[in-house]
Write a protein that binds this ligand. Structure first.
Ligand code: TYD
Length: 209
């Protein structure tokens, strides 16, 4: 997996990732690149079924079961969508990936982070994204944006979401080359400019395009 590019987008629920993914996709398509959009959970096919369980299942879900469902979906997304596209030289933009599991199940739910890293490694065949954006936003603002209709994860409470945010910032400190933090309280246009600047600096200087 080293011909194209694999870029992931991370952050709290309601941080505006999806808007930014679409804007970057448009920018790249205008440059003549072939862009593949995917998301976790729920790339396509089976992934959509796993997503439905993860977000909407009403009964009890153990933290370990939840982790394995995210990881199963990830393995499927890597094998079916991400790896083949990158192999063809395409640019894959993925809404959430390994860092979500570290932030939500590790920092948020309190599961052992070394174990999550090991399981992530199995789910991805050891391939990390070339670049990851973390859209950072305070929990109060992000929850306001999500609104009243919350899914299972969004309903997990303020303390949980504060731990998730802390987790993302910690990850960015540990891997500053790969993970870039962007202030997600700025305007959509300003955030897009930040995304493009970082993309051009990091990727072009690595001469991957
Ligand atoms: P989604 O509707 O895709 O949220 P968003 O639009 O904010 O990305 O829901 C995905 C939810 O699943 C989100 O609350 C984060 C959570 N999640 C985890 O807890 N662990 C994971 O590994 C992944 C990929 C997502």
């Amino acid at each position: 997996m080293n011909k194209g590019l694999f870029i992931t987008f991370e952050g709290a629920d309601g941080c505006g990732k999806t808007t930014q993914i679409n804007l970057l996709a448009e920018y790249l398509k205008n440059k003549g690149e072939t862009v593949v959009l995917t998301r976790e959970p729920g790339g396509k096919g089976l992934g959509e079924k796993v997503r439905e369980i993860l977000l909407n299942y009403q009964g009890p879900v153990s933290d370990r079961c939840e982790s394995f469902l995210f990881l199963a979906d990830r393995a499927q997304n890597i094998d079916i969508t991400v790896a083949p596209a990158v192999e063809k030289g395409e640019i894959v933009l993925c809404d959430r990936h390994i860092d979500s599991t570290v932030a939500y199940q590790g920092y948020g739910r309190g599961l052992d982070i070394d174990r999550i890293n090991m399981l992530n490694n199995i789910a991805t065949n050891g391939k990390k994204p070339d670049l990851t954006f973390v859209f950072d936003i305070d929990v109060e603002t992000s929850m306001k944006r999500v609104g009243k209709e919350k899914d299972r994860l969004e309903s997990a409470g303020i303390e949980f979401h504060n731990r998730v945010r802390k987790g993302y910032l910690e990850l960015a400190k540990q891997e500053p080359q790969r993970i870039k933090v962007i202030d997600a309280t700025k305007s959509i246009e300003d955030i897009h400019k930040d995304v493009i600047n970082i993309f051009e600096n990091v990727i072009s200087s690595n001469k991957k395009l």
